[in-house]
Write a protein that binds this ligand. Structure first.
Ligand code: DX5
Ligand code: ZN
Length: 215
């Protein structure tokens, strides 16, 4: 099954963002994945509104904003101003997930929900029909360059079944530790979008790495 690639800018050289983004623009990538970390929901701080504002000006690919922050509702309308394709909030950070999903849609974006490695897919059962994208974390969020957690294969297979059984249109995104060694099998398990940071931006050629991940 065909899958798309969303390079994660977190692994790019922040001193040379223009060049990194123009390589992504000229690649087969479908989205640019942007990791917002607040130092509270995850033990790391990445970048936020001013950086994304600049990225949005030069990036020609649709943006995929992954909010690893507490109280994400406070910032949804701000991130929606950059007209991303997706805004993703974490299930674990959302007290009123149903409300957050609908708020994202009202703001004109597609709604993503991310789940940490310890979070069972069953917790998505009552919202899956409203969700456009489930981001399955295949590492504990907070850092790039971590090793892929193998339980993700089973999780994706079961999530694919849940999506089919409920007639949901949600796509499955995998985030963390994606390489050419696991891309194909993830795709066979039912993944639609693979996020890849280190395996793209630490490669000798960004666009060739993106092509290779398509299999
Ligand atoms: C982790 C982030 C990921 C990260 C992936 O918290 O959500 O998007 O950038 O990086 P790699 O592909 O290096 O694991
Ligand atoms: Zn991410």
């Amino acid at each position: 099954m065909a899958h798309s690639i969303a390079p994660s800018l977190l692994a790019a050289d922040f001193g040379n963002l223009n060049e990194a983004i123009s390589e992504v623009n000229n690649s087969a990538a479908s989205l640019l994945h942007l990791d917002v970390m607040d130092g509270q929901f995850v033990p790391n701080i990445s970048f936020g509104i001013p950086v994304i504002e600049s990225v949005a000006r030069v990036c020609t690919k649709p943006l995929d904003i992954h909010l690893m922050i507490v109280e994400p509702d406070r910032y949804l309308s701000t991130y929606a101003m950059f007209k991303p394709e997706y805004i993703t909030v974490h299930l674990e950070a959302s007290t009123h997930l149903h409300r957050s999903i609908h708020k994202i849609k009202e703001l004109g974006c597609k709604a993503g929900v991310a789940i940490n490695p310890h979070t069972p897919i069953e917790l998505l059962k009552d919202t899956i029909k409203d969700i456009d994208l489930v981001c399955v974390m295949s590492v504990n969020p907070g850092f790039g360059g971590q090793s892929f957690i193998d339980n993700t294969y089973t999780k994706v297979t079961n999530l694919k079944k849940l999506i089919a059984e409920t007639n949901s249109n949600a796509l499955i995104e995998i985030d963390g530790g994606v390489t050419i060694a696991n891309a194909e099998i993830l795709s066979r398990c039912g993944a639609d979008i693979l996020v890849a940071g280190s395996s793209v931006f630490r490669a000798p050629s960004i666009s060739e790495a993106i092509t290779a991940l398509h299999g």
